[in-house]
Design a protein around this ligand. Structure first.
Ligand code: PAP
Length: 331
């Protein structure tokens, strides 16, 4: 049963014990997944409907695709991994809840952004999807699912979608450092190759980005496209646009009171990195990551310290070629 509309509230604050679990979809979709092409790599992949999904999450993505029905005021936050997921989750949650909490008592001060907004892949893979029904509206949910694999109710216009992407060179460096926290002997060259040949988790990355880019051009009223680098350059401007898109524009009184700057400050890299909630413990249920792994450098252009100019040019050439004629550029 859908909960009444007093959201968004942090997903972590929904009572686990009161929520029935369904059997994890690993068994239900086991035969389907076993028949898919497989690649063994740093995160083993399965090729499903044109994309290399992490094998562990493939049944969960299929369950999401087949079973999720959006509410009209849902907001699905989508990212390519390591392209600004955590930041977007924090900003969207802060925008939507800015009037609900007294200054100094915001959930983002005690909870990691991933605890506030559920990651669909974890939720469905763990058989915990009924917990989504208990979230009061409007709900914010997050996924890395490629556009063509989204539930029909979402692509058909049943709710809004926000997407964030990033320079692929910085994405691969960020992914490398992230996964190295659990696999210290990870090879940067192998990871780089998987980006260029499209087998990286959720890849090909160019098709992931283009799916959302084209959707945002076709349906600007319901698909909002953001770039990490643009947020870095002028967070306030993009937070205003995000709030407008989400149906919660900042009023002149809020503008005068500095509400935009407050949201930007609450979600800033330096502020978030320093919070206890983001320093200790783990986030995610699959390969639980130390929370601090989500806050590394938070800059654009760090690829220069990991990639030769030849590698960078190779990646740029591939993406320029794929994005050619679409109006989409890489930073
Ligand atoms: P995910 O897709 O696995 O959830 P995601 O949040 O997209 O991860 O990636 C983390 C990146 O965002 C890190 O980039 P880096 O490795 O190049 O440093 C992280 O530092 C950056 N990041 C996290 N929070 C913020 C923030 N508040 N502002 C700017 N960048 C951030």
């Amino acid at each position: 049963m859908a909960a009444a509309g007093t959201g968004p509230v942090p997903f972590k604050d929904i009572d686990d014990d009161a929520t029935a679990r369904v059997p994890p979809p690993k068994e239900e979709f086991g035969d389907l997944v076993a028949a898919l092409p497989r690649k063994e790599q740093f995160l083993d992949g399965r090729f499903y409907q044109g994309f290399w999904l992490p094998e562990h999450y493939t049944p969960g993505v299929i369950a999401f695709q087949r079973r999720f029905t959006p509410r009209p005021d849902d907001m699905v936050l989508v990212s390519y991994p390591k392209c600004g997921t955590t930041w977007l989750k924090a900003l969207a949650f802060a925008v939507m809840t800015r009037a609900a909490y007294p200054a100094g008592d915001h959930p983002l001060l005690r909870l990691n952004p991933h605890d506030c907004i559920p990651f669909v892949e974890d939720v469905f893979t763990d058989g915990h999807e009924a917990k989504l029904d208990r979230l009061p509206s409007p709900r914010l949910i997050n996924t890395h699912t490629p556009y063509p694999l989204l539930p029909e109710g979402v692509t058909g216009g049943g709710c809004k979608v926000v997407y964030i992407c990033r320079d692929p060179k910085d994405m691969v460096v960020s992914l490398y450092h992230f996964l190295r926290r659990l696999q210290p002997d990870l090879s940067f060259a192998d990871m780089f190759d998987s980006v260029t040949d499209g087998t990286v988790p959720y890849g090909p990355m160019w098709d992931h980005v283009l799916g959302y880019w084209h959707a945002s051009l076709a349906h600007p009223d319901r698909v909002f496209f953001l770039k990490y680098e643009d947020l870095l350059q002028d967070a306030g401007e993009h937070v205003r646009a995000l709030a407008e898109f989400m149906g919660r524009p900042f009023s002149p009184a809020e503008e005068a009171a500095g509400a935009v700057a407050s949201v930007v400050e609450l979600c800033s890299f330096d502020k978030m990195k320093d919070l206890e909630a983001n320093k200790r413990g783990t986030a995610g249920t699959y390969k639980s990551m130390p929370r601090d792994a989500f806050f590394r450098k938070g800059v654009a252009g760090d690829w220069v310290s990991h990639m030769s100019p030849e590698m960078a040019a190779r990646l740029d050439d591939i993406f320029r070629d794929k994005f050619g004629g679409t109006g989409l550029t890489i930073p």
